[in-house]
Write a protein that binds this ligand. Structure first.
Ligand SMILES: C[S@@+](CC[C@H](N)C(=O)[O-])C[C@H]1O[C@@H](n2cnc3c(N)ncnc32)[C@H](O)[C@@H]1O
Length: 290
């Protein structure tokens, strides 16, 4: 297969999920990037979306898309492109970013790939390239706890794995198996493929699930969870229950105003704040279970 069909659209946040769902149900994969700065922020106002089809999408599909979602024909472009040109033509390159011990790159071609120092995360196909403050915060805190001597690292889990960036980083840091969970099928596929790209497929166990409802193990030494405040609240009891004594959870995806609400609930369950990392208005919290 040398060619692929790419449908380009500009989507408002309001209808994005339903339009993406409709397109995915027609066997496409989708990349939606924030149209203003292209560095996958959490809730951008508008997106540059590219949908990739193996076969040319039918006229009926295009008509339905335009009519059902009131999309103006002039705003969409359908192109046949060479597979090797996908990244060249569709995604603005992200700069490599260094956080702690690792430099995160979007492809192995950018520099001389060094398996000990680099993590490869191509942009777009699952949230998390390392450029968003909520991801950066967890990566920073993971590097901090890596140097702490009394923290166990046998049972590790990444909830809301997106691109798999956090789970892959944990596997690289501790050379241990990591469980990755997401509710989104595309995130699961992306995490699996990114694990392979980083030669870590045998360390990464990915599955589709909702939060910590059904995990492989009863207890974890380190939990990382970068989902928004509401799903974090839904999972807060499970976090407390599944975190081992002296274990750590790193919570991200919170804005400054939501911090105390989460910390108060955690404190009632015996979980206390050990360190926090703030970038822009986003906070990441390192929490310890006494
Ligand atoms: C902000 S992204 C984080 C991605 C990556 N872990 C990072 O830190 O960059 C949030 C991810 O959590 C997933 N998610 C949201 N609610 C969830 C839930 N209840 N259970 C599991 N995953 C969830 C989303 O599908 C998305 O992939």
């Amino acid at each position: 297969m040398k060619f692929i069909w790419v449908l380009k659209l500009k989507l408002d946040n309001e209808l994005r999920e339903s339009i993406e769902e409709f397109i995915i149900s027609h066997n496409a994969t989708i990349t939606s990037l924030d149209s203003e700065n292209k560095s996958n922020i959490l809730q951008p106002k508008s997106y540059d979306t590219s949908a990739f089809f193996i076969k040319k999408p039918s006229n009926i599909f295009i008509k339905k898309l335009l009519l059902d979602f009131k999309i103006k024909p002039k705003t969409i472009i359908l192109k046949k492109i060479k597979i090797k040109d996908i990244y060249k033509n569709n995604i603005t390159p992200l700069n490599p970013i260094t956080i702690g011990r690792f430099t995160f790159l979007e492809s192995k071609n950018l520099t001389n790939f060094n398996i000990y120092k680099n993590v490869i995360i191509p942009p777009g196909l699952g949230f998390g390239t390392g450029h968003h403050a909520s991801t950066k915060g967890i990566l920073y805190l993971l590097n901090k706890i890596y140097f702490k001597k009394n923290i166990k690292n046998n049972n590790l889990i990444d909830i809301g794995c997106g691109s798999g960036i956090l789970g892959i980083t944990m596997a690289k840091l501790w050379k241990k198996k990591v469980e990755l969970i997401d509710i989104d099928k595309q995130a699961i596929n992306t995490s699996v493929s990114n694990a392979k790209l980083n030669f870590l497929d045998s360390f990464i166990n990915v599955k589709i699930e909702n939060g910590l409802n059904k995990t492989n193990k009863l207890n974890y030494d380190i939990i990382v969870i970068n989902i928004l405040a509401k799903p974090i609240l839904t999972n807060i009891k499970s976090i407390s229950k599944k975190l081992d004594k002296n274990g750590r959870v790193i919570i991200s995806g919170l804005i400054q105003d939501q911090k105390f609400m989460i910390l108060n609930k955690l404190r009632l369950m015996g979980l206390i704040l050990e360190m926090e990392y703030k970038i822009e208005n986003w906070v990441s919290l390192l929490i310890k279970k006494n």
